[in-house]
Structures are given as structure tokens and as C-alpha cells.
Design a protein around this ligand. Structure first.
Ligand code: ZN
Length: 405
């Protein structure tokens, strides 16, 4: 390692511009003199960072600002430039992080310049990232299962954000960023197809809502009651792949089926029942019975996404002509799985407005403050508030490390 800026006068040999940053860790940093090698360690003040989920759209807009790829006359140019500046400052002052998520990765892959976007986003999250959405979803289900097996009421969730993060939220951001480059290009085409396919899958459902004009409450009740059906249908779909792969010797198909998250989930629940003495041939029946447990309606991710689906249905029923955008499923996933844990989310207008529908707002209480382009001034004010509230000792330490704060 070499000493790097910002340089200060060395306390030992007294030479100006000699004492540089050598190493930054999560809670301390070292300075060393490039002339006399005098070295010292300094401890960094403790911080308590907010966690912001930025949707893919926001990330790519901010990325364009960073790369100076944004046309000055592009829509909202001023807002994104200001947001980028404030975010940088709030991050430098250790007040906020915007961790990367597997949802971003899914979408990043369909973005033309995925690699660069990935990098920009990793830099914004430091070394933290969100837990995989499937893992969060399954963990909630396992907690319900535990209660079910004991004959207890479902547990209450405390939604501690650190439960859904990898890495240390309150680690100081490094001044250098080193990243392992991953080439995702081989998957791009496949992902794009998968996403188009997913959008097509929902089209008949949307059309039905347009035609039948169901009431919000009816769709909600239906969605809430459909949990077991959803998992079981998906399970059979993937198990059919397993069997087809086995029969034809197509290893890829076999693996895609066998390793699909829903197969893992169902088998894990089966195992829990088998452990408790349920004969293996009856385990699956017990699993379905558990998935049909009415108390599962309150499972956080299930409860939230059911409300959002009901809101989409009622909009289509009220005459909205456009089908929800392709990215909508990912946005719903993000809200349902991260919304209860994070401090704030920046979403697209369509999604943010679903949360504002009265019937949704009545049932869904998220910890997250929700921002979108339509409320851009609120977002800037939020970031400004965070920057301004940074303690002086944190600002001073940031200036020591990064040369600015
Ligand atoms: Zn020196």
C-alpha cells in the first residue's frame, strides 16, 4: 500500500504533504509519512446509517449524472444532478447507504451497460448489499412454520434492517473501491426473455380484471387466500422440469428445476414435518396444510404484495387502460420484502402511487418513507436533512479521510 491523499504535515519529521492515508477500515484508519514512515492509527466515530432502496431507474439516472452521460435538457436533469450531489455528501458523512440487491442484478442484466451500472451501485452501498429477496421471503415463512408447529400464534416481526443486509451497515465507506468484475453478458438474453415471459404471464390476469371489474376487497381476499396455491403450482411446475430433465438426460433442465427456490422451500418444510415423525409420504400433505394456515395471510411479504395486486386490479377495474409496466413485479417484490425494513425507498411514480391508494394505505404500514419523481422536492429535502444532521465529529473525520465532506 502507498500513502495517498489527503496529505498533512508529518507530526514526526515535520515535512509538509508527507502524512497520507494508508488504510481505511470500517472503524479506523492509518496514516503514514511517505518520507520518514511514521505511522499512526485513528479511530473513527460511531455512526448509524439510514438505508435507502433506490429502484433501478433511479440508479441509472444517478449513474448517468456520474458519467456525465446525461443531456442537460433531458427530463428532470436538474433534479438528478442535485440528488446525486446530496447523496454523495450524505454517504460521505456516513448518514446513508443504498445497498445493491438481487432485484437490481436481475434488471441490471437487461441494461445495456450492466457492468458499469453495477459498479456505480456497489460504490453507493459500500460493501453492503441486501439479502436475496427469496431468502427474506423464506425466512418469514420458516418463522411462521415454527409457530405453527408449536401451535402458537404467528410471531411478530421486528424488521431490524440489519437482518436483511450483508456487510456492516455502519462501517465507514472506504476511500478506494475495489470490485470484482463479473461478466453477466452471457445471461443477458436469457434474462430479457424471462422478463418478457413474466410480463406475458400476467397479461391474461390483467385482462380478466379489466373485464370482470372486481372490487379491491374481493381481489385482496382472493390474493391473501391464494398463498398455498401459488407455491404449490410453482412447485409442480419445477418438479415437472426435474422429471423431464431426468427422463431426457438434460442436466441443465434438471438443475434449473431442482435448485429452484420454491422446490427448496417445499422440501425444507417437508423435512421439518418428517423430523417430527410425520411419515415421508404424508409430509407434503402436511406442508400444504401449513401453507393454507389462515394465519399465513399476515406474513409480511404476502400481506403487502396482496394489497398491491388488489390495488392494480382495482385500477384496471376503474378503467386504467395501460397494463402495469414490465418492471412492476420487481417493484412489488422490493416493496413487499424491503419496505418493512428499510428507512426509505425511491420508487417509480406508478408504484409509489399504488401505496397511496386509500385501501392500501389502510392495510399496509411500511417503515420506509416512500419517494418518487413526483415528490422530488421531498426527496431532496430528506437528503439535505440527513446531511445537515451529521455530527460535527463525523464531518471532521470524513474531511480527514476524503479531503472533503
Ligand atoms: Zn515524516
Amino acid at each position: 500500500m502507498l500513502e495517498r491523499p489527503p496529505f498533512k504535515t508529518c507530526p514526526q519529521c515535520g515535512r509538509e504533504q508527507g502524512f497520507g492515508i494508508l488504510w481505511v477500515s470500517s472503524e479506523s484508519y492509518d496514516r503514514r509519512c511517505k518520507f520518514c514512515r511514521a505511522k499512526a492509527t485513528y479511530y473513527l466515530p460511531e455512526v448509524d446509517k439510514k438505508v435507502l432502496y433506490l429502484d433501478q431507474f433511479a440508479i441509472s439516472e444517478i449513474f448517468k449524472v456520474k458519467e456525465r452521460k446525461r443531456r442537460a435538457d433531458a427530463p428532470h436533469a436538474e433534479f438528478w444532478t442535485e440528488a446525486n450531489g446530496l447523496l454523495d455528501r450524505a454517504m460521505m458523512r456516513q448518514q446513508i447507504i443504498c445497498p445493491a440487491s438481487n432485484i437490481h442484478r436481475d434488471e441490471t442484466m437487461v441494461y445495456r451497460d450492466g457492468k458499469a451500472l453495477d459498479l456505480a451501485h456497489e460504490m453507493m452501498g459500500g460493501d453492503t448489499s441486501f439479502e436475496d429477496t427469496t431468502t427474506i421471503e423464506h425466512r418469514q415463512i420458516y418463522r411462521h412454520l415454527e409457530a405453527y408447529l408449536k401451535g402458537e400464534e404467528p410471531p411478530s416481526f421486528d424488521f431490524d434492517v440489519d437482518e436483511i443486509l450483508h456487510g456492516h451497515r455502519n462501517a465507514w465507506l472506504p476511500d478506494l473501491h475495489i470490485t470484482v468484475e463479473t461478466d453477466w453478458s452471457a445471461f443477458v438474453e436469457h434474462t430479457r426473455q424471462a422478463r418478457d415471459k413474466a410480463a406475458e404471464d400476467f397479461a391474461p390476469l390483467y385482462d380478466r380484471w379489466v373485464r370482470d371489474k372486481p372490487a379491491f376487497e374481493d381481489v385482496l381476499a382472493n390474493e391473501l387466500g391464494a398463498m398455498a396455491r401459488g407455491y404449490v403450482d410453482a412447485y409442480f411446475h419445477f418438479m415437472a422440469m426435474v422429471q423431464a430433465g431426468e427422463a431426457s438426460g438434460d442436466v441443465q433442465t434438471y438443475i434449473n428445476g431442482a435448485l429452484s427456490p420454491v422446490v427448496t422451500l417445499i422440501h425444507e418444510i417437508n423435512r421439518k414435518f418428517a423430523e417430527r415423525g410425520v411419515p415421508p409420504e404424508s409430509a407434503f400433505r402436511e406442508t400444504v396444510k401449513f401453507l393454507n394456515w389462515p394465519k399465513n395471510q399476515s406474513l409480511p411479504h404476502h400481506w403487502i404484495s396482496a394489497h398491491l395486486f388488489a390495488a392494480i386490479a382495482s385500477r384496471l377495474a376503474r378503467g386504467q387502460k395501460r397494463h402495469p409496466s414490465r418492471g412492476m413485479m420487481n417493484d412489488i417484490k422490493a416493496i413487499a420484502l424491503y419496505g418493512p425494513y428499510v428507512d426509505a425507498m425511491f420508487l417509480d411514480n406508478e408504484c409509489a402511487s399504488l401505496l397511496e391508494e386509500k385501501a392500501v394505505a389502510r392495510g399496509v404500514k411500511l417503515k420506509a418513507k416512500i419517494f418518487c419523481l413526483k415528490r422530488s422536492a421531498d426527496f431532496l429535502a430528506y437528503l439535505r436533512g440527513l446531511t445537515d444532521s451529521a455530527p460535527q465529529e463525523v464531518i471532521d473525520a470524513a474531511r480527514e479521510l476524503y479531503g472533503t465532506a
